[in-house]
Design a protein around this ligand. Structure first.
Ligand SMILES: C[S@@+](CC[C@H](N)C(=O)[O-])C[C@H]1O[C@@H](n2cnc3c(N)ncnc32)[C@H](O)[C@@H]1O
Length: 140
């Protein structure tokens, strides 16, 4: 849908699980021919660490929170997002666990949210829809 609404641009999607990657490749096969969509079987941050292309205008994270909870990983996201780019992160309420975490992944989600809200390079908000959608605009 994103690609259909744009005259240019491209979409890169990362999936580390081989089976899910296979399913996504199968489902999206008709769209793979024009070179505007790329499906990559890799861990997201490991791939981003080797990426040398243009920064992205939008990043959507639906990955495990452990994957982007430390400073180095967060800076990798920052570096690869364009100024005025949007970082969108799903499940930031961690099923309510960001208030009183009972699991490690909820602690990491809480940490990630705090880091981002304190980061003056971003203006961010959380939409309380379903499990919480964080939208952050990179200001500089
Ligand atoms: C919640 S599902 C996303 C589902 C998809 N967005 C949808 O709406 O159908 C999360 C997916 O991200 C993958 N994933 C989780 N952490 C990842 C990471 N660090 N790098 C790449 N893929 C990851 C999982 O294998 C899983 O398929």
């Amino acid at each position: 849908m994103l690609l259909a609404g744009l005259s240019g641009g491209r979409l890169v999607t990362l999936e580390e699980d081989a089976e899910t990657f296979g399913l996504a490749s199968h489902n999206l096969e008709p769209l793979l021919t024009n070179g505007r969509l790329e499906i990559i079987n890799a861990e997201g941050l490991a791939w981003l660490n080797t990426y040398e292309g243009d920064p992205f205008d939008m990043m959507f994270l639906d990955a495990r929170k452990e994957s982007y909870s430390d400073d180095t990983q967060f800076e990798l996201l920052y570096r690869n997002l364009s100024i005025q780019g949007l970082l969108i992160v799903d499940n930031v309420l961690a099923r309510g666990g960001v208030i009183e975490p009972t699991a490690h992944w909820q602690v990491l989600t809480q940490r990630f949210n705090s880091r981002l809200s304190a980061d003056t390079r971003f203006r961010s908000t959380v939409l309380p829809v379903r499990d919480g959608l964080l939208i952050a605009l990179k200001l500089r």
